[in-house]
Design a protein around this ligand. Sequence first.
Ligand SMILES: Cc1cc2nc3c(=O)[nH]c(=O)nc-3n(C[C@H](O)[C@H](O)[C@H](O)COP(=O)(O)O)c2cc1C
Length: 313
Amino acid sequence: MVSMQGSPRMAVNLGGIEMRNPVNTASGTFGNGEQFEGFYDVGSTLGAITCKGVSAEPWVGNPVPRLAELGGSAILNSVGLQNPGVHGFVERYGSYLQGLRDKGCAVICQVAGHSIGEYEQATELFEELAPFASGFEINISCPNIAAGGAAMGATPETAAEVMRAVRPRTARPVIVKMAPHDVAEIGRALEAEGADALSLINTIPGMAIDVRTRKSRVCRPTAGVSGPAIHAIAVRMVWECAKAVRIPICGIGGITCGDDAAEMILAGATAVSVGTANLTDPTCAARVVAELTQWVREQGASDVNELRGAFEC
Ligand SMILES: Cc1cc2nc3c(=O)[nH]c(=O)nc-3n(C[C@H](O)[C@H](O)[C@H](O)COP(=O)(O)O)c2cc1C
């Protein structure tokens, strides 16, 4: 126990990635950090950042419109993982990201692919070209071209196949970013293949129709829903997954404040990522660090790790 004024220990270990506090950023919602420097010192504030998904070769992404606001509590996105490929990414962001590492902020590089071979290739390139990466996050929500566009990680079998292919290609920590499917069963399959940690959830498939034009409000009929509207679903999935696996979890989905992050930790998460809220309040992740620390203090705990999974049913 600590006094209300004491400073609790906030450091966590996410599957081998040392974080000074549990707060990370969700891939695709924080650029690669640089754009937020005008708002706060990213490297001295956050526990980690997770970069936008990057594939071996550049991807052009989807046509516009890619984003639609859904009544203030959610957005719909269909970006299609536009990225410059591993070479372009390292050239453009490598020295900035090394600077974050030097300040004590972990850097998680996200790996994307449309086939097992593409995941292998991207991981190998990252392993060779990205000494600044603390670890890798494998995005298994990418469409599998050979399976007609179903997500690469939609079943325990295909998720395990991706992990089996990536695991021997790096000795650095591997986190798997899970889609909102059967997270307990898929989580167990990933743990069995050597995943060091899991992050969940990715966006939830949804639709928004412009009733005047009768067309989708984004470039595709279906797209990913994110933001506060999905938070309760994400907390439930983190709780279900945490009960099923022993590896650590990074909780993602609709986090806008310290209490949202605290819910994830009580449900069993080791770390949390701020996503869509970065777009509406660019200072959100920094505020979540302060508010989460205050919550730990108010709970009378000396270490945030004491509160993990402390949800009382
Ligand atoms: C504009 C946008 C781009 C995203 N790009 C990625 C991505 O490249 N890779 C990924 O795994 N998730 C991506 N996501 C999903 C987020 O990382 C996160 O899992 C999801 O938005 C849920 O968290 P939130 O409700 O806090 O935003 C993206 C989300 C948005 C809104």
